[in-house]
Write a protein that binds this ligand. Structure first.
Ligand SMILES: C[S@@+](CC[C@H](N)C(=O)[O-])C[C@H]1O[C@@H](n2cnc3c(N)ncnc32)[C@H](O)[C@@H]1O
Length: 199
């Protein structure tokens, strides 16, 4: 299996659910910046034990759906053990492979995983394909120049400019950084313009 050294160790799964992490990233507040809405079909890419999956499920509500995707069976089992609401479905897949229909989701959430998947251009392309035209992608990740220690090795991280360049090259629309703090950045981008995907 190539590039496995970048992957978060599933044995450290509990660290992803630490209360300090919730205080630090404040998922409801951060997700509110992204534009994710009730009733949407959301893909949580590299979901881990569901730190973001549960607040996403709360936002989309029973009329929506959250597809939580991860390569690790242990991570997905940890998520399931937390008894997610009925609108959450799990899926085991090794990115950039997803085996989902084209234009399948309204919103994609990619938190702390873009830097783990190789090659990044293939992941960006897979994200482009699964997002519906004018749907929205939001990507949250570590800054290479973060003030805090901890997190993945700095040489594994991408700047927000590099991520925007990968998204743009894959065909996603108007990628831009919408928020940052001393450690991380939040990027949004739009799905394909329908006029470019017809004919
Ligand atoms: C640092 S954790 C972040 C988990 C979650 N997004 C969060 O912020 O709590 C990265 C996750 O991405 C998953 N992952 C890494 N590489 C992957 C790949 N190629 N395909 C699918 N999942 C992958 C890992 O198993 C892990 O659960």
């Amino acid at each position: 299996m190539p590039h496995e050294d970048r992957r978060f160790d599933p044995k450290k799964c509990d660290a992803l659910l630490a209360p300090e992490r919730w205080q630090r990233w404040n998922p409801p507040e951060l997700l509110a910046r992204t534009g994710v809405r009730p009733g949407q079909r959301v893909l949580d890419v590299g979901c881990g034990p569901g730190f973001w999956t549960f607040p996403l499920a709360e936002i989309v509500g029973p009329a929506g759906e959250v597809l939580a995707l991860d390569v690790s069976a242990d991570m997905l089992a940890a998520l399931t053990a937390r008894r997610p609401p009925a609108q959450v479905r799990t899926r085991q897949s090794e990115l950039p492979r997803m085996d989902l229909p084209r234009a399948y989701v309204d919103f994609i959430w990619v938190a702390f995983v873009f830097h783990e998947v190789q090659p990044p251009a293939a992941l960006a392309e897979a994200l482009y394909l699964v997002l519906r035209p004018h749907g929205r992608l939001a990507l949250f990740d570590w800054r290479p120049d973060a003030a805090s220690s901890g997190g993945p090795p700095r040489h594994h991280r991408f700047s927000s400019q590099q991520v925007c360049a990968y998204l743009s090259a894959a065909g996603l629309y108007a990628p831009r950084e919408i928020w940052r703090n001393q450690d991380a950045y939040l990027i949004t981008a739009l799905g394909a313009n329908p006029s470019e995907t017809t004919g």
